[in-house]
Design a binder for this molecule. Sequence first.
Ligand SMILES: [Zn+2]
Length: 169
Amino acid sequence: MEPILHFLIPLLILLALYPRIDRRLAFGLALLAVIPDIDFFIDFTHRFLFHNIFFPVILSLMIYFFTRSLKVSLISLYYLMSHLILDFATGSLALFWPLYQKLIEIKISLNSAWIFKFHIGTLPLRTIEEYMTSKPSYFFTEMGIMVLFVLMVMLIIKYKKEIIRYFRK
Ligand SMILES: [Zn+2]
């Protein structure tokens, strides 16, 4: 999944669930949701080096160690885990790397003939080149554009009075 969606989806869920949350904290820490994809730029490690369940736990423990704030480290854990959940929903991850060095995928679907399918499978770890041929557009897709568009429309509806006032001046 692309960075903009990793950033926006958990941020909007957090703001919707806890509207009174400190905005600077919510926005600032949301950057953490993009961090696991840094392994994309470290050759041969994408979808395992930072895409396993140990990475969010270790990183949020380190954040707790430095900030001594349970709130900050829990929000960090939430953002980091959201990355794994979103990626898992759209593909395969080496969730238990380095203990179990294979990509894991779960496929749940209800097809148009109402046949429910549930499948758990494993795949060998792939190199970036193999990954890029299956998913050529990483940074931006039509899904990201649609989400941004819906968000813009929602923001315009919410702040329409302010926008009208601004243009009347
Ligand atoms: Zn990812």
